[in-house]
Design a protein around this ligand. Structure first.
Ligand code: ZN
Length: 319
């Protein structure tokens, strides 16, 4: 057996300073940054805007994109031209812009990028009686255009009530916004293409951030078919079991509540494991809240111990 092929990858996260970000990622998690407003921790990413490097072991210093190019066997020889997923934690101190993402076809044709963006949000924390923006109320594209041009955003957007533990699926073309007070683990396609519909008139360095009204009107799905259907409500979940919370043509995402001991066989192209709460061990090695690991293809039996809430995810091969 080739030992190097069986190493679990521990990655160095990339922190992102963003106008709406807070301090929770450095006060509640083991991440370091001097920045005042840290919006995102890109925990498992091979994107050129934040390519995580391997922290230790045989591949120390290599970036995830490089490893995916040179050692595709670690990722089940997936046929995607780039590493397909990006996992991040988002700390929104203020509201994020109202936005929408393109699908693969639009991203390739218009942005010359390999992936559009399908994403899902696991709500790690949020205020009582909170809501997120998911979907819109325009019945035709013409009505959508009018509402955007006339700035009737309150009428346009749909507010969906949510709580801690909910999972929200955001397909391309879905108008959406995260609001202030949310801490979210996002699993998404490896893409950074965001079309900003509205930014609350905020100024960054004295200027409004660019809006992408034309592209937004192109890609927003009309009529909308998301809203409440996009939300998988929080429910008591069995311990030491794979609780599937989100599924798309690109990824599967599970909640895993480890209590005591839990073993399984890693049979996916790869498995990302993010510890959201608690601590324990992974294959005998201590792991804790804020750690993200990638278990490669063919790793075999995996042993977890402790008391931990985890999100696990994997990529789905192209049809
Ligand atoms: Zn988004």
């Amino acid at each position: 057996m080739n030992q190097t092929a069986k190493e679990i990858l521990f990655l160095n996260p990339v922190l992102k300073e963003l106008v709406w970000g807070g301090r929770r990622l450095v006060t509640e998690f083991p991440y370091e940054s001097e920045a005042e407003r840290i919006g995102e921790c890109w925990a498992v990413s091979a994107h050129p805007h934040g390519d995580c490097a391997v922290k230790e072991g045989s591949f120390q210093g290599m970036t995830l994109s490089q490893l995916y190019r040179e050692r595709r066997d670690l990722f089940g020889n997936l046929s995607y031209e780039e590493f397909p997923l990006l996992v991040k934690i988002i700390d929104a101190r203020q509201d994020l812009s109202i936005q929408v993402h393109p699908d693969d076809n639009y991203a390739r044709a218009v942005e010359k990028a390999p992936f559009g963006k399908t994403e899902c949000w696991y709500i790690m924390d949020c205020p009582e009686d909170a809501a997120l923006v998911v979907g819109h109320n325009a019945k035709t594209r013409e009505e959508l255009r009018q509402m955007i041009e006339e700035g009737r955003y309150e009428e346009l957007i749909r507010q969906v009530p949510v709580q801690k533990g909910d999972m929200i699926q955001i397909d391309p073309g879905t108008v959406h916004a995260i609001k202030g007070g949310f801490l979210i683990l996002e699993t998404q396609q490896n893409s950074d293409i965001t079309y900003r519909v509205y930014d609350y008139g905020r100024l960054v360095d004295g200027k409004p951030r660019q809006l992408h009204v034309r592209q937004s009107i192109d890609v927003i799905r009309v009529p909308d078919r998301s809203g409440e259907e996009a939300v998988k409500k929080a429910a008591p979940l069995p311990e030491n079991a794979w609780n599937l919370l989100a599924e798309s043509p690109y990824y599967k995402v599970w909640k895993l509540n480890v209590k005591g001991e839990f073993s399984f066989v890693q049979e996916h192209p790869f498995l990302i494991l993010s510890v959201l709460e608690g601590s324990g061990t992974l294959e005998g090695r201590p792991v804790k809240k804020g750690d993200h690991m990638l278990i490669p293809c063919g790793y075999g039996s995996v042993s977890l111990t402790g008391e931990m809430e985890c999100i696990a995810s994997t990529a789905v091969e192209k049809p």
